[in-house]
Design a protein around this ligand. Structure first.
Ligand SMILES: [Zn+2]
Length: 71
């Protein structure tokens, strides 16, 4: 799993360099039998994670919906 660790570090570096911290990173475990191959990481650029502000807005909206249902 040494390569997987290296891949994670590399992916983190890419995220930092390219400002992609807001994207989810998937760990892909390779099922092959090669000893030097553990897997790799994928940055999912199709769906950015919500920013702190967006997250709070979503949460507020959600709580509001709950309140309306209970009324
Ligand atoms: Zn492999």
């Amino acid at each position: 799993m040494y390569d997987l660790k290296k891949s994670e570090e590399r992916t983190n570096a890419i995220q930092k360099r390219e400002g992609k911290q807001n994207f989810r990173v998937y760990t892909v475990i390779c099922g092959c039998t090669c000893l030097t191959c553990g897997g790799w990481h994928i940055i999912d650029e199709s769906r950015p994670l919500p920013t702190k502000e967006e997250y709070e807005a979503i949460l507020k909206n959600h709580n509001q919906t709950k309140k309306n249902k209970n009324a």
